[in-house]
Design a protein around this ligand. Structure first.
Ligand code: CTP
Ligand code: MG
Length: 191
């Protein structure tokens, strides 16, 4: 599949956990299509500010789960604050940035559409559309499984949301539904 990318702006990856967002971006870096510095991920930002990228609060007993959930929310809020600042700076400098986070909820996506608009750069979305069964199988084989409950919740939101994404105001929307080869074509025109 051919993916045309603007010279500068935001590329929003959209998809549940295990849909392959980070894997795709790693492959593109390895192929030399994109730079490591062009990718910013919520997991990396969580580690930068809070030392961890994931807290499995759903597996704990009730009281402990509440405490862990609060901790995770605080870390996530700080992580996204940093992430958004970096994206805004990169937009101001006319750079292209791939945002590696789930972006399942409309407000998560609207925020980046607004940042792109305010900085007069385009925003493109890449939807990672993978069957729930595949998401669950990948989760079992993953180093830090996200858990069946979380994957099923995320998949429900994704299934509901995916039909609306196209009309949200992106320059283009691409859907990757299997691991077919992706060909990146980047614009050389800085305007
Ligand atoms: N994976 C796979 N086949 C693919 C893509 C990913 O088997 N085509 C596997 C990866 O090897 C990894 C797991 O699925 O073990 C999660 O992939 P990842 O790219 O990390 O998924 P993300 O969408 O980035 O998940 P998260 O939102 O949790 O970061
Ligand atoms: Mg990831």
């Amino acid at each position: 599949m051919k993916i045309n990318l603007p010279y500068a702006g935001i590329v929003l990856l959209i998809g549940p956990s295990n849909s392959g967002k980070s894997t795709l971006l790693r492959e593109l870096v390895k192929k030399g299509d994109i730079l490591t510095s062009e990718v910013i991920s919520s997991d990396e930002c969580r580690i930068l500010v809070g030392d961890i990228d994931f807290i499995d609060y759903q597996r704990s007993e009730r009281d402990e789960a509440d405490i862990l959930y609060d901790q995770y929310q605080h870390i996530s809020a700080e992580a996204f604050s940093i992430l958004d600042q970096i994206i805004q700076s990169r937009c101001r400098l006319n750079k292209l940035t791939f945002v590696d986070a789930t972006h399942l909820y409309p407000d998560d996506r609207k925020k980046y559409i607004a940042i792109a608009r305010a900085n007069h750069v385009p925003i493109v979305s890449i939807i990672m559309d993978v069957d729930q069964n595949d998401l669950l199988t990948r989760d079992k084989n993953r180093e830090n499984p996200r858990g069946i409950k979380r994957i099923k919740q995320q998949y429900q939101v994704f299934k509901r949301e995916k039909r609306f994404i196209k009309k949200e105001g992106y320059l283009a929307t691409y859907t990757i539904s299997n691991s077919s080869a992706v060909e990146i074509v980047r614009s050389n025109n800085p305007v």
